[in-house]
Design a protein around this ligand. Structure first.
Ligand code: XMP
Length: 517
C-alpha cells in the first residue's frame, strides 16, 4: 500500500485516486497519525499531500524529521514538500510572492527520477504562498520556476522526493508521469492493483467473513449498492437476498431495471417491497428539505427492518437469522466520516441503507476501499449492464428532494417524465460519461405564464442542473451543447403538459450544492 498523508482534505483524495490510476493501492491517513502507526501498515511509499497555505501559519501541522528517516520512499507535494524541507533543514522563505495556477517549470535534466524522459520545460499547477529558497543538504534541485528557485528536489539514495506543484491535478501536464516515476522508479512499486485482482480478493474475503450465514443487501437503484450486491452474490450466492424498497420517489423505469437487468446479470435473489403509500403519506404536506430527509430515512429503516424479518421467516426450514447486512459504502464516505472534524453539516445525507446500530447486523462493506469510478469498473467486471453501471448518481431520498415544495403523486409523476426525457437525450448525445449527473428540479410552487398549443398556460418550470465533477465534493456546471439543451427543452415542454418552461442552473459547487435541497 501507499500511504497518502492528509494535510488538507481535498488534495489527499485526489492524490490517492491518481496513485490508484497507476494500479497501486493507496490509502489516506491523517497527518496526526504517529509515524510508528504508519509503518505498521507496511507502506511501500508515503506521499505527503498539499494543505494549508503556509508552514508558518498558526497551528500549521508539522512533519517530524523522524518521518524522513524511516527508509520508506517519500514524496512531499506542495505543503507536504515545504514541511519536508523545513523538517530537514532547508529554507522555506516567506517571500510573500505567491504562485497560483498554470506555471512554467524548467526541469534540471532528463536524468532525474521524477522527470526522466519528460520535456525539460513543462506546465505545472501551482497553489502556494511561501516558497523553497534552499533545498536541504544532500538534495538535488531538479525543477525551478520564475518565483520558486527550488520547485522540485530529490535525493534518490535516501528515497526522498519533493515537488512544489500539484502533480495530481490534470492541469499539471506531466503530473501523472511524475507520480508514476516516483512510484515505480523511486519506490519500486509494481502496477499490480487491477479490477480482476480486486474481484478475486474481495470474493475470497467475503466468503471467509460470511461463511455459511445469511446476508441481505438493500438496493437503492444506485450504482454502489448494485455493485456491492453483485459482488457478495458472486461470493455467497443464494445466501444473499437483495431487498429493493420502492418508496415511490424513484426514477422512471427504475424498479423494472432492478427486477430485470440486475437479476439477469447477477442471478441474485431479489425481494421488491412496494412501500409507496407509506412514504407518500408520511411526506404529505412537508416542504422542508431536512424534514423530508428525516422522514424518508426513518420510514426506510422501518420498511427495511420488516423486509429483513420476512426474509428470515421465508428462510426455509432452518430459518437461520440474517447475520450480515451488505452496504455500498465507498471510500470517500469512510474518509469523510472519519476525518470530519469541524466540518459543517450542509445536508443530512443518508444513504438509503443508513441503518441504526440496534439493527444487530454485522456490516459487509466490500467497496469501502474504492472510489466511484473504480466501483463502476468493478461493476463492468462483474457483468452488470452498462446502463446500470454508468447511470447518474441518485440521492437516497430520490425525487423528493428535487421537488421544491411538498411532494405529491402528481408532482412526482411530472418530474419523473421530465427526468426521463433529460436522461434519454443526454444518453443519446453520448454525454453520460462526460457529466457527473444532471438532476432535473421541479419548482412546484412557482408558476409562470406560457403559450402552449393554442392557448395560455400557467405551469411550472423545471431546472436542469448538469454538473461535472470527480467526486461530488466540488462541481462545475457542465457546458452542454446548445443543441442538446434545445432538444431536452422542446421535448419536456411538449411532452409534459404541466411544464411550460425549462431553465438551466449555471452555478458551480461551491457555492451551490448539486441537489437543490
Ligand atoms: P450535494 O447536493 O450535497 O450532493 O452537492 C452531492 C452528491 O450527493 C448526492 N446526494 C445524496 N445521496 N443521500 C444520498 O445517497 C442523500 O441524502 C443525498 N443528497 C445528495 C447528490 O445527488 C450528489 O451526487
Amino acid at each position: 500500500t501507499v500511504l497518502v498523508v492528509d494535510y488538507g482534505a481535498q488534495y489527499a483524495q485526489l492524490i490517492a485516486r491518481r496513485v490508484r490510476e497507476c494500479h497501486v493501492y493507496s490509502e489516506i491517513v491523517p497527518s496526526t497519525m504517529p509515524v510508528e502507526e504508519m509503518l505498521a501498515k507496511g507502506p511501500k511509499a508515503i506521499i505527503l499531500s498539499g494543505g494549508p497555505s503556509s508552514v508558518y501559519a498558526d497551528g500549521a501541522p508539522q512533519a517530524s524529521a523522524h518521518l524522513f528517516e524511516t527508509g520508506v520512499p517519500t514524496l512531499g507535494i506542495c505543503y507536504g514538500y515545504q514541511a519536508m524541507v523545513q523538517a530537514l533543514g532547508g529554507t522555506v522563505a516567506r517571500t510573500g510572492r505567491s504562485e497560483f495556477g498554470r506555471t512554467r517549470m524548467e526541469a534540471a535534466g532528463t536524468d532525474t527520477v521524477l522527470f526522466g524522459g519528460l520535456p525539460t520545460v513543462q506546465t505545472v499547477w501551482m497553489s502556494h504562498g511561501d516558497s523553497v529558497a534552499e533545498a536541504p543538504e544532500g538534495f538535488r534541485t531538479v525543477g525551478s520556476t520564475e518565483s520558486t528557485p527550488v520547485a522540485a528536489m530529490e535525493a534518490p539514495d535516501r528515497g526522498l522526493y519533493g515537488v512544489q506543484f500539484h502533480p495530481e491535478v490534470l492541469h499539471s501536464e506531466h503530473g501523472q508521469a511524475v507520480l508514476r516515476h516516483f512510484l515505480y522508479n523511486g519506490a519500486g512499486c509494481r502496477p499490480a492493483w487491477t479490477m480482476v485482482n480486486i474481484v478475486d480478493e474481495q470474493v475470497e474475503r467475503i466468503r471467509a467473513r460470511v461463511g455459511g450465514k445469511r446476508a441481505i443487501c438493500g438496493l437503492s437503484g444506485g450504482v454502489d449498492s448494485a455493485v456491492a450486491g453483485a459482488l457478495v452474490q458472486r461470493a455467497v450466492g443464494d445466501q444473499l437476498t437483495c431487498v429493493f424498497v420502492d418508496h415511490g420517489l424513484l426514477r422512471k423505469g427504475e424498479v423494472e431495471q432492478v427486477e430485470k437487468d440486475f437479476v439477469a446479470a447477477t442471478g441474485a435473489v431479489l425481494k421488491v417491497v412496494d412501500a409507496q403509500d407509506r412514504f407518500l403519506d408520511a411526506l404529505a404536506g412537508v416542504s422542508d428539505p431536512e424534514e423530508k430527509r428525516r422522514i424518508i430515512g426513518r420510514e426506510f429503516i422501518r420498511v427495511f427492518e420488516r423486509a429483513a424479518r420476512e426474509v428470515v421467516a421465508e428462510g426455509g426450514a432452518d430459518g437461520d437469522d440474517v447475520e450480515y447486512l451488505v452496504q455500498g459504502t465507498l471510500y470517500p464516505d469512510v474518509v469523510e466520516s472519519g476525518g470530519g472534524t469541524g466540518a459543517a453539516n450542509i445536508k443530512s445525507h443518508h444513504n438509503v441503507g443508513g441503518l441504526p446500530e440496534d439493527l444487530q447486523f454485522s456490516l459487509v462493506e466490500p467497496l469501502r476501499e474504492l472510489f466511484k469510478d473504480e466501483v463502476r469498473r468493478l461493476g463492468e467486471e462483474l457483468g452488470l449492464p452498462s446502463e446500470m453501471v454508468w447511470r447518474q448518481p441518485f440521492p437516497g431520498p430520490g425525487l423528493a428532494i428535487r421537488i421544491i415544495g411538498d411532494v405529491t403523486r402528481e408532482r412526482l409523476e411530472v418530474l419523473r417524465e421530465a427526468d426521463a426525457i433529460a436522461r434519454e437525450e443526454l444518453s443519446r448525445a453520448g454525454l453520460d460519461r462526460d457529466i457527473w449527473q444532471c438532476p432535473v428540479v421541479l419548482l412546484a410552487d412557482v408558476r409562470s405564464v406560457g403559450v402552449q398549443g393554442d392557448g395560455r398556460s400557467y405551469g411550472n418550470p423545471v431546472v436542469l442542473r448538469p454538473v461535472s465533477s470527480e467526486d461530488a465534493m466540488t462541481a462545475d456546471w457542465s457546458r452542454l451543447p446548445y443543441e442538446v439543451l434545445a432538444t431536452v427543452s422542446n421535448r419536456i415542454t411538449n411532452e409534459v403538459r404541466e411544464i411550460n418552461r425549462v431553465t438551466l442552473d449555471v452555478t458551480s459547487k461551491p457555492p451551490g450544492t448539486i441537489e437543490w435541497e
